[in-house]
Design a protein around this ligand. Structure first.
Ligand SMILES: [Zn+2]
Length: 120
């Protein structure tokens, strides 16, 4: 993948991270400490699980999930794994990454995962 494209996505992701944090803090000042405590982790599910144990409303939960995804994408850029599908190992098309910079799976895998996902 082109280095210039990766840099572009990194800037986008950092901007998204800042925006999400700003939104969360404006909703509730106590989130500032919560967010600062949740450092990026290799395992997205683990990070999300830590935060999910707290009682949060649906919107906030969604924002925090997105924040985790964005932070994981930034971590993947730094470890040179960005743009590779975590499920099948194929490259994720740049068009898809432009639309969703924190995408971790290709369209085929996303569709397959959504079909197998159990609604709560
Ligand atoms: Zn895939």
């Amino acid at each position: 993948m082109e280095d210039s494209f990766i840099r572009e996505m990194e800037q986008l992701l950092c901007a998204q991270e800042e925006e999400i944090i700003r939104n969360l803090i404006s909703e509730n000042e106590s989130f500032e400490s919560l967010i600062n405590d949740s450092v990026p982790k290799d395992n997205a599910d683990q990070a999300a699980g830590d935060i999910d144990s707290k009682v949060l409303d649906v919107v906030t939960r969604r924002e925090l999930q997105k924040l985790n995804q964005v932070r994981n994408a930034i971590a993947r850029i730094k470890s040179n794994h960005y743009g590779v599908c975590i499920r099948c190992g194929n490259k994720i098309p740049q068009d898809r990454l432009r639309a969703i910079p924190y995408a971790t799976v290709c369209m085929d895998c996303k569709t397959a995962m959504e079909k197998s996902a159990e609604p709560k």
